[in-house]
Structures are given as structure tokens and as C-alpha cells.
Design a protein around this ligand. Structure first.
Ligand code: ADP
Ligand code: GLC
Length: 481
């Protein structure tokens, strides 16, 4: 099949969270399964890598891009996705994308994303690329299913193209004031824009949900949860009415990037049968963090965007209390909400020998924390899928998670009676719930046979994309069949 993907993030070029990992891994897995995949991403001013491999495409230069009253021009540059992946098409349009961050809070943010969709479809036309599937991600590309039918509907190139929209996070919907109809140049399709959020506004994501041929989200539990008022962010009614058009397909792990057997970013490799390398990773991590050697104490790792979604407010009292009572180390990597950053910063000041907070984005350190920690804390309030708990399982790092979304689907509670289960899962999103989980984890830590069993159970899990991609192929087949 010919597949056109659109995403605001594609790792390793541009990533702020799991969207980048997943867009890249899916593209790679689809290409490996024999499909012809082209993936579109803005040429951001802060691409993390790739500047040395990207080349211009001669016949895709200086293409006019009209956005309402705004005239832009874009040029396409391309590079293969590292790790044997398909071609990534970077949309170069300096007035929109030459900025120091992937997302911005500027007035033209909706234009930046709408422009990516238009540029992708215009490029398909110029390349004569007739996608069977146009698969777009999150609110950023939410206008694509509509534009395919309206603005680009005249072009026979797209006559057979079916659209798929994946929700990675329903909390972000791209709801914008009605004036953007004019700013983006959507007057012709204004009647088809969806805006249940309130008068005088429309939503990119909601419009996408209405017009896409199929909608997916990134775990089975989240697919159910978003149909409830509690987790539907106002769109649960629409999602409930979708019936079979809405489908949960779990994310996988890109094992080329995340595998303790051959991860170049960690100090020592290891396997489930021989965990001695993990002990070295732990020692080095504590050394690097400038913390007191463990001497039998466990290390709890956290790698996360600091956002209210991640549930860290439950830690405000639970972690200091635990640190006062138990010997443990905590290594945290993340940035975002100043209130949460402030909490972890305060924690490291209060326990300078035992807590370290790296307040930044650092991919290599994320790998070293996954490998060097004994436990991984992810108390998310909601979690569409979550990747770090899966990385943790594969790295023998026991996840402590709230039972929600993808966390509920990927981590099972360890039962000492049967020796089955992979981590600690708590049901109640309360301080008491988290406290119970942390204390349960520490109790098991003190029983090495159980701990090792739990680690090995986790390391034996299969989250490979070769399996996951079959579900996308089945969906594409159904739509085009
Ligand atoms: P979300 O997409 O909601 O942020 P996921 O668990 O799906 O959550 O994915 C997060 C991804 O971003 C993981 O690959 C994680 O390692 C990475 N990540 C998050 N924060 C940081 C950080 N500060 N430094 C490096 N990697 C990070
Ligand atoms: C979102 C979600 C996260 C998910 C990721 C990739 O950012 O918050 O749970 O794993 O997208 O799908």
C-alpha cells in the first residue's frame, strides 16, 4: 500500500514526547512490512539531528502555500529515517518553522499545523504520489481528513485515499477562535468544521474525528475511557456514537532504540539471565548523579514531561514521607510545568545525597535512568498509552503505575503466590493509593527472589512493532478493500 503519514513529531529529528517515538516506529514498521511510506514533518529550526543528511528535492522548491490572506512558500528536503526507515519529507517554511521549539504559543500556531497538512497534500500532488491511506496524528493534523474531501477533493489522485486519525492525547484538541477560519482560509468548508467546545470556536481534532474514515487511539483501555464523561474531554458523546469507526491499537516499543542487550547509550549491556550489567548501570547512574552509593537501597527513576497528566501531585507528600522512613535513591529527568519542576527541585535540596533532579530534555540520560533504576514511577492521572513503563519492563526496571489507559494494559500486578505479574499497579488515584504502591514495591524489593522473578517476567514481554503493525495493516485493508 501507499501510505502518507503526517506528524508534528518524528524521532530522532523532532520529539517532545511519545508521539515522536511512535510516528517514527510506525513508519519504520510499515516500511519493513513492504509498504511505500512517506512521512511529513516540519523543518523546525531546532531539529535534534539530521542536518548533515538532509537534501533538497529539486522539483519541490518554492511552492506557493496560501493560508487565507497569508502567502508562504515552502520547499521540501528529505532524509531517510535512521534505522532502515522510509523517507522523511521535511517541509521547509522558515516564517512558520524556523523557531527554537517544536510547539509555540504564538498566534500562528494553528497556521503552522494547518500548513503542514496542506504542504503534505500539495507535495503528494507534485510527486504524483496517490496514497491509499492518509494517516495523521493528533489535533495538529486534524484538518487533513476534511481538506482531503474539500480543497483536494477535485484531484483524482486522491479519489481512493482513505483517512485515518490517531488520537495520542485527547487533552489537546486544537480548539481555536472562529477568526482562524479566515486566517487559515477555510471559508469554503466552514460548514463542515466541528466545534462543540462553544460558540465562536472550532476544533482541529474534533473536525478530524468527524471526517476521518477511521479513528484510532493508542491503547484498548484508553479507547474505552475516552468514551466516558470523566475522560472524554467533552468529546465522549461524539466518540461513543462512532461505534466501529473508533479502534484502540496499542503502541509498541522500538527495540532498535530500546533494548538493554545492545543499547549504545548505557554503560553495560545485560539480559534477563545475566543482570550483572544492570548493577553496573545502577552504580554508574548514582555516580553520575552525585548520589550516595546504594548499598542495598533501591533507585526509583522518573523520566517524564512535567504535566498535570502525569500525576506527580500525588508525590508531594508521599515521596518526602517515604524518604524520611526508608533508604532509597530517586533520579528524576524532566521539564515542563514550573509547579512540578519546583517540587522536584525542592526534593533534591531537602535530600541532596539521595535525590537528583535533571531539569532538562536528555535522551541519553533517559536511557541511563531506565537501565540504572530498580523501579520506575509513573503515577499518571490518565495515560493514552505510555512508553516509559514498557521501556522499564524491557530493562528489568519494575514499573509502579496507576491503573489507567495503556498503563493498565501493559503492566500487571505481581502476585507473590503465583509468581506472575510484572509490576505494581494501584487503583485509587490518591496519595494513599500511591503510598500503598510504593510501600508494596519496597516490601518486594526486600525479597530478592520475588524481585528477580518480577524483573524477568517484565523482560520477557513482547512489545514489538512487528506485531502491532499488523493491526494497522488490517485496518488499512478494511478501509481500502
Ligand atoms: P508522553 O508522550 O505523554 O510524554 P510517553 O510515555 O508516551 O509519554 O512518551 C514519553 C517519551 O518522551 C519517552 O520516550 C521518554 O523517554 C521521553 N521523554 C520525556 N521526557 C524526557 C526528557 N526530559 N528527556 C528525555 N526524554 C524524555
Ligand atoms: C501521548 C500520550 C502517551 C502516548 C504517546 C504516544 O503523548 O500522552 O500516553 O504513549 O502519545 O502515543
Amino acid at each position: 500500500m501507499k501510505i502518507c503519514l503526517i506528524s508534528a513529531e518524528v524521532a530522532p529529528f523532532a520529539k517532545t514526547g511519545g508521539l515522536g517515538d511512535v510516528a517514527a516506529a510506525l513508519a519504520r514498521a510499515l516500511a519493513a512490512a513492504g509498504h511505500e511510506v512517506r512521512i511529513f514533518l516540519p523543518l523546525y529550526g531546532n531539529l535534534r539531528t539530521g542536518w548533515d543528511t538532509i537534501v533538497g528535492v529539486d522539483f519541490l522548491r518554492d511552492i506557493p502555500l496560501q493560508m487565507g490572506p497569508h502567502h508562504y512558500r515552502f520547499s521540501i528536503q528529505t532524509a531517510p529515517l535512521p534505522g532502515g526507515g522510509p523517507w522523511v519529507y521535511f517541509v521547509g517554511c522558515p516564517p512558520l518553522y524556523a523557531r527554537p521549539s517544536v510547539y509555540s504559543a504564538e498566534w500562528d500556531e494553528p497556521l503552522r499545523h494547518a500548513a503542514l497538512t496542506r504542504a503534505a497534500l500539495l507535495s503528494c500532488q507534485r510527486m504524483g504520489f496517490a496514497p491509499d491511506i492518509l494517516h495523521v496524528n493528533d489535533w495538529h493534523a486534524g484538518l487533513a481528513p476534511l481538506l482531503l474531501k474539500t480543497e483536494f477533493g477535485w484531484d483524482r489522485l486522491f479519489a481512493r485515499t482513505k483517512s485515518v486519525l490517531t488520537i495520542h492525547n485527547l487533552a489537546y484538541q486544537g480548539v481555536v477562535p472562529w477568526k482562524y477560519v479566515r486566517e487559515i482560509g477555510l471559508e469554503g468548508s466552514a460548514a463542515q468544521l466541528a466545534g462543540s467546545a462553544g460558540a465562536g470556536r472550532f476544533g482541529f481534532l474534533e473536525t478530524g474525528l468527524v471526517h476521518a474514515n477511521a479513528v484510532t487511539t493508542v491503547s484498548r483501555t484508553y479507547a474505552r475511557e475516552i468514551q466516558t464523561p470523566a475522560q472524554g474531554f467533552g468529546l465522549d458523546g461524539l466518540l461513543r456514537r462512532m461505534g466501529g469507526k473508533l479502534l484502540g491499537i496499542p503502541n509498541g516499543v522500538d527495540t532498535q532504540e530500546w533494548s538493554p542487550v545492545d543499547d549504545a547509550k548505557i554503560p553495560a549491556a545485560y539480559t534477563a539471565d545475566d543482570l550483572s550489567g544492570k548493577a553496573i548501570c545502577k552504580e554508574k547512574l548514582l555516580e553520575e548523579a552525585g548520589l550516595t552509593p546504594a548499598d542495598g537501597a533501591p533507585v526509583i527513576g522518573i523520566v517524564s514531561r512535567m504535566s498535570s497528566q502525569k500525576g506527580f501531585e500525588l508525590c508531594f507528600r508521599a515521596l518526602p514521607r517515604l524518604l524520611d522512613e526508608e533508604d532509597l535513591r530517586i533520579v528524576v529527568l524532566g521539564s515542563g510545568d514550573p509547579r512540578l519542576e519546583g517540587f522536584f527541585d525542592g526534593l533534591q535540596r531537602r535530600y541532596p545525597e539521595r535525590v537528583r533532579f535533571a531539569n532538562r530534555y536528555d535522551d541519553a540520560l533517559a536511557h541511563r535512568i531506565e537501565a540504572g533504576s530498580d523501579m520506575f514511577l509513573m503515577p499518571s492521572k490518565f495515560e493514552p498509552c505510555g512508553l516509559n513503563q514498557m521501556y522499564s519492563l524491557l530493562y528489568g526496571t519494575v514499573p509502579i503505575v496507576h491503573r489507567t489507559g495503556g498503563l493498565a494494559d501493559t503492566v500487571s500486578i505481581y502476585d507473590p503466590e503465583t509468581g506472575e505479574g510484572t509490576g505494581i499497579v494501584f487503583d485509587h488515584f490518591t496519595e494513599a493509593g500511591l503510598d500503598w504502591a510504593l510501600r508494596g514495591a519496597l516490601k518486594l524489593w526486600k525479597q530478592p527472589e520475588h524481585w528477580k522473578r518480577m524483573q524477568q517476567n517484565g523482560m520477557a514481554q513482547d512489545f514489538s512493532w512487528t506485531q502491532r503493525v499488523k493491526e494497522y495493516e488490517a485496518l488499512y485493508g478494511l478501509l481500502t478493500g
